[in-house]
Design a protein around this ligand. Structure first.
Ligand SMILES: Nc1ncnc2c1ncn2[C@@H]1O[C@H](COP(=O)(O)OP(=O)(O)OP(=O)(O)O)[C@@H](O)[C@H]1O
Ligand SMILES: [Mg+2]
Ligand SMILES: [Zn+2]
Length: 505
């Protein structure tokens, strides 16, 4: 007898439909998985057999052939055990066989017949909802499935549960009720911008970066507050819209990083990988491609602390995905795609000892070390930062001052208004305005600006790229003031955030 079930695999953040066919026929007893050489599948065969027996069902003493289609997704999923086991039971007549086109089954099996939690349920749940199918899945992933409003769910903790549902399905309909993250957006708690004393230039740069979506590079001595400022950036951004939150949650689901019981992630992520991180950890990869830090930061902030300590090769692999907002990982037949639209914030000391040019303490680095240190950043990477800033040590009388600075909520209101203006005018943030293209010039240029710009190019020896960065930032500064035209004053402020001191000659 032949049984056919629907299951799914996840490649990148996309769910791919997979069909499982099981044929049970008289012959030499054994279970063959057609054309499946690799070890994970052999293990799957043993798990299926043992789980069926341990749940008190006979394992058919027949010739069993299991086939998964399409062929090239066979290796990516460990979550085929459950559909295979149900297929074996249906094909051997233990379960009444219904050609159940309405049901999608995913899940692994332990030897004792329990169904363990799995990675990447969310994209499968979304796909099941879209195709109007019921979804049978591991009970431990319950809250993830319940994000998807209207999905008919059959959570199962064991093979016995699954069999019960096959005999008499009683789906629960998800209501999307856990879409309000229990941690409120404003509950930033100990992480408010008001805690940052002084550092008016740093706070201002952070606000401009948030408003225009600009990548930001901060340089300064130890303890100046670089890390402190960076951590406060996600709070300055508008909350994630539902679709974006779903994407962010999906990436974490695929990475196996969703906290048990957590619903949708409404907070913008903040990821701060260590400088020893490999390129795979940062950008993603592996034989079964998993998202890297860049994708885990999608919709939020990727913070690279001590930027020059990262290996240059690793930083270079970041460049293209940063530009495109997406990571493609090519594998034999398919390409895994992960979202990667982030705000990049990087911090560095001016030199290895940390004090070159700060006037705070003398630099103790050997001759040439300062240049070598700064040259570890490739020019093309440096060019990604629209905003650069030298952060001085915070002065004692500012630290001592008791009146707190503006709060995150106050600044966020201005950021949100400035973002809305950009989206209404040009459909994207200023940081996405092309450098060579006309649109940057169209939205920024006035005769006034042209004149000043001409002088600035001469005086500061600005490259074409530097001019583009300057114009984007000036546009954002104008948007923060709700000004229609960029003026000389906006340009002058933008000039303060060019890569002074940090830029290659
Ligand atoms: N502007 C500030 N206002 C209030 N506290 C500050 C400020 N700057 C620094 N601090 C205090 O100093 C600590 C260290 O700051 P932070 O870690 O942000 O420095 P950093 O610039 O990242 O230094 P490093 O180069 O060593 O990483 C903070 O946890 C905070 O307690
Ligand atoms: Mg730091
Ligand atoms: Zn030094």
């Amino acid at each position: 007898m032949l049984a056919r079930l629907r299951t799914a695999a996840v490649i990148g953040v996309d769910a791919i439909p997979v069909s499982v066919e099981v044929d049970v026929a008289p012959g030499l007893p054994g279970l063959t998985m057609v054309g499946l050489p690799d070890a994970t599948v052999r293990e799957s065969r043993d798990r299926v057999r043992t789980a069926i027996r341990n749940c008190g069902f006979p394992f058919p003493p027949d010739r069993i052939i299991v086939s998964l289609a399409p062929a090239d997704v066979r290796k990516v999923g460990a979550a085929f055990d459950l559909p295979i086991a149900l297929g074996v039971l249906a094909a051997s007549g233990v379960l009444p066989h219904r050609a159940d086109d309405e049901l999608l089954v995913v899940g692994g099996l332990s030897l004792d017949g329990t169904v363990p939690p799995m990675r990447g349920l969310l994209p499968i749940a979304v796909a099941a909802r879209r195709s109007q199918r019921m979804l049978m899945f591991p009970h431990a992933n319950h809250s993830e499935a319940h994000v998807v409003d209207g999905l008919r769910t059959l959570p199962v903790a064991s093979l016995v549960d699954a069999i019960r549902h096959c005999l008499e399905p009683r789906p629960t309909v998800a209501t999307g009720s856990n879409c309000q993250d229990s941690v409120g957006i404003d509950a930033e708690g100990d992480c408010d911008l008001a805690d940052v004393r002084g550092q008016s230039a740093g706070r201002r740069a952070l606000e401009i970066a948030a408003a225009g979506g600009h990548h930001l590079l901060m340089s300064g001595p130890p303890g100046a507050g670089k890390t402190m400022l960076a951590r406060r950036l996600p709070g300055l951004l508008p909350p994630l819209a539902f679709d974006d939150a779903l994407t962010v949650t999906t990436v974490h689901s695929v990475a196996g990083l969703l906290a048990p019981g957590a619903g949708i992630m409404r907070r913008r992520p903040f990821r701060a990988p260590h400088h020893t991180a490999s390129d795979i950890a940062l950008v993603g990869g592996g034989s079964v491609p998993r998202p890297g830090e860049l994708s885990l930061a999608h919709g939020g902030v990727l913070f690279l602390d001590e930027l020059p300590e990262f290996s240059r090769r690793v930083l270079d692999t970041l460049r293209q995905p940063l530009e495109q907002g997406v990571v493609h990982i090519a594998r034999a037949n398919r390409t895994a795609t992960f979202p990667a639209s982030v705000m990049l914030v990087a911090a560095m000391n001016p030199c290895p000892c940390g004090y070159a040019g700060t006037g705070q303490r003398p630099c103790t680095c050997p001759p040439g070390a300062v240049e070598r240190y700064q040259q570890r950043l490739s020019g093309p990477l440096r060019d990604r930062f629209d905003l650069a800033l030298e952060l001085p040590a915070v002065a004692w009388d500012e630290l001592r001052a008791h009146e707190p600075g503006e709060s995150t909520a106050t600044v966020r209101a201005r950021v949100v208004a400035a973002r809305d203006r950009q989206l209404a005018r040009q459909g994207r943030l200023n940081s996405r305005l092309g450098g060579g293209g006309d649109d940057l010039w169209r939205h920024v240029r006035t005769p006034d600006v042209d004149q000043v710009l001409g002088r600035a190019v001469e005086r500061f020896q600005l490259s074409a790229r530097a001019v583009s960065r300057l114009l984007r930032v000036a546009r954002t500064i104008a948007d923060l003031e709700a000004a229609d035209d960029v003026t000389v004053r906006h340009l002058a402020e933008a000039l303060q955030f060019r890569t002074a001191g940090l830029s290659a000659p």
